[in-house]
Design a protein around this ligand. Structure first.
Ligand code: URA
Length: 241
């Protein structure tokens, strides 16, 4: 078990990890200050308040979020975008450089490939899909490059994703890449994609399909056929619902 998995388990044991049920209606938004594991969960809107937000409130809360320290280095927080009535929910890892600058998910090279995948499925991004990320602010290493989100950052951001799913009620969730899959399935961050793909899962009672991240496909186009198989499996789920 690596350090991130340990952290995630500790956070879950503390009740800070992913909670798949929608919580009850809440009182007006309050602030809390928790000292998170690794110092990540710092200050911000309470989980229970996020669980009661409507779409506009949720987008505004994400844009102004201070629940973890990623807010300190961001240009923009990046809420999901697409249709609020989407049947397909695509979940990536985290915004990169382009997304941080524009405040929109999947607008860089990986986003262009995702657009092409949607076109191949005859999906219009703004009509049948909603695209979001596990964490909504760009994780940047001390070298200035993108890095993986830390367990505490994922835990701090997860209530936003839970609320996006509860509001959209998609017919299928497509987890793009290992971070999305492992975060949603609670699996070991070291789990191999080959073990996670081609299995039946549910998240918040929605069927979940795991596939490779478009950024990985840009590096390994040979795996495009596998992604196409995964997307066809997702399409067959949507078509019967
Ligand atoms: N990679 C992701 O996982 N998400 C984005 O929004 C962009 C690139």
């Amino acid at each position: 078990m690596n350090a991130n998995t340990n952290k995630l388990r500790t956070l879950q044991a503390m009740g800070l990890g992913p909670v798949w049920q929608l919580r009850g209606r809440a009182a007006p938004v309050a602030l809390h200050t928790d000292i998170g594991v690794g110092g990540e969960v710092v200050d911000g809107v309470e989980d229970v308040d996020i669980a009661a937000m409507d779409f506009d409130q949720l987008q505004a809360a994400i844009k102004n979020c201070t629940r973890c320290r990623l807010c300190e280095g961001r240009t923009h927080a990046v809420p999901g975008n697409g249709s609020q009535k989407a049947t397909w929910l695509f979940i990536g890892e985290a915004p990169g450089h382009n997304e941080d600058l524009q405040g929109q998910p999947f607008v860089g090279p990986a986003g262009k490939l995702l657009d092409n995948m949607m076109q191949a499925l005859r999906l219009q991004r703004d009509v049948q899909t909603y695209v979001t990320n596990i964490v909504k602010c760009r994780p940047r290493g001390s070298d200035g490059h993108d890095r993986l989100p830390a367990a505490g950052e994922i835990a701090a951001c997860m209530p936003y994703l839970e609320r996006e799913i509860a509001l959209i009620k998609p017919s299928v969730i497509v987890a793009l890449g290992k971070t999305a899959a492992a975060s949603l399935l609670g699996s070991d961050a070291g789990a191999a994609m080959s073990d996670m793909r081609e299995q039946s899962y549910q998240y918040a009672q929605v069927p979940l399909v795991v596939t490779y991240h478009p950024a990985y496909l840009l590096r390994s186009p040979v795996d495009k056929a596998k992604v196409w198989r995964d997307l066809c499996a997702a399409k067959s789920i949507v078509d019967v619902r």
